[in-house]
Ligand binder design. Sequence first.
Ligand code: SF4
Ligand code: SF4
Length: 192
Amino acid sequence: MAEQGFVESFTMEEEKLQQEFYESHHGKEILKCIQCGTCSGSCPLTDQMDHAPRELFSLIRDGFMADALCSNTPWFCVSCYQCMVRCPREIPVTDLMYALKQMAVSHDVAQPSNKMPDLYDAFSREVKRAGKMNETGLMARYGLKHPLDMPAKTGLALRLYRRGRLAIKSDKTRNPDQIRRMMETQPEGMEK
Ligand code: SF4
Ligand code: SF4
């Protein structure tokens, strides 16, 4: 659930943030939303989200940008695209979730209890370093920020290791720099 105190401490101008969202890639598409709720009904992760997708879009359109940017919803989105293929207005819901994540990171407004941004960050750094994802590298990076979470994950890691599903030694692709450059390049058409 949203941490009310954190949302209330938000000091940025919500009108400006709403404008920034509209100017992001596909941002204005949200204005076509008819609030039918098909996206929320299709989403497999709504029980984890503090606002279902339809509700999140309503917050943005009503200018409640603090609630929208501090929401855990985009971080729980697993990009399954169920909402997008079913939306009667063909709104790119998944892409809008990415836009919200980018805005939350660029304004550094993720809620302290939301650990997903740190997991995303660890994933991205590991792929930039090795050109691929190594589970041990990922968890080591994440564990540096959340050491108290690690004991609970050790049992699972050991079970995976015994079954040969977890490599201790991290390896790299032949040219990880190519992957890093690709990740750091803004794709054509993604500019505001
Ligand atoms: S399915 Fe599309 S139109 Fe319906 S609420 Fe979701 S985004 Fe809006
Ligand atoms: S793409 Fe994200 S928001 Fe859409 S249904 Fe899947 S998990 Fe839910």
